[in-house]
Design a protein around this ligand. Structure first.
Ligand SMILES: [Fe+2]
Length: 213
């Protein structure tokens, strides 16, 4: 089995340890089952280190017992990290572009998004706000490290979530993430509408939150 196929298998096994009846988990696993041809071709782009750093620290911060096999698969997977460029210039703020990276398992194998599905890893450095935003794509996040703070509406209260929490964003639900001292590493999946870019939703507390980081 290739490292790419192993990674798909361990992601699926990890998701299976979560609530199997959860609509988001079930829909992501169903879409993953459709990607049999993709699994061996996911990691064909050159492996690189994320420009934001912190990958080793984030992998070391995975402490959830059920995520250890996935942690091992990630250590052996030649991931291709890049920055998300879908936001209109400046709306996402001056810090976030340099303080995050994602590694898609679909871009290399399905560059035209014919499958209309994305799956991968998402990394954010400590002390970073991922500003409030929304997108048409239904989205599953499962943090592998934690805790991290989340809110679902600009200006609303933050809720702390541990590693292994399920965050399921229905289409166009506004959401934001505030990363504390632990580097944030999470699984992400967009189950459809992957070609529609995300958009930022203004909140007047950004400056105060970003001054802390
Ligand atoms: Fe999102």
């Amino acid at each position: 089995m290739t490292s790419s196929e192993t990674l798909w298998l361990e992601i699926d096994r990890f998701l299976a340890t979560l609530d199997p009846a959860h609509a988001g988990v079930a829909s992501v696993r169903a879409r993953m089952r459709e990607m049999t041809d993709i699994r061996s071709r996911s990691l064909l782009r050159p492996a690189n280190a994320p420009l934001c750093g912190y990958l080793e620290e984030a992998l070391a911060a995975i402490e959830t017992e059920r995520a250890i096999p996935l942690q091992q698969a990630l250590r052996h997977a030649p991931l291709h990290w890049e920055s998300y460029r879908g936001y209109v210039a400046d709306t996402i703020g001056p810090h976030f572009p340099k303080r995050h990276a994602y590694a898609s398992l679909m871009v290399g194998a399905d560059p035209d998004w014919a499958c209309d599905f994305d799956l991968g890893l998402f990394l954010i450095t400590p002390g970073t706000l991922y500003r409030d935003h929304h997108h048409l794509a239904p989205e599953l996040y499962v943090p592998l490290t934690g805790p991290s703070k989340w809110r679902f509406g600009a200006g609303k209260d933050w809720a702390e979530k541990p590693a292994g929490a399920i965050v399921w964003n229905p289409p166009n639900q506004v959401h934001a993430t505030l990363v504390g001292t632990v580097p944030f590493l999470c699984l992400y999946a967009w189950t459809e509408a992957v070609h529609v870019p995300a958009k930022v939703d203004f909140s007047e507390d950004w400056n105060a939150l970003e001054a802390v980081g």
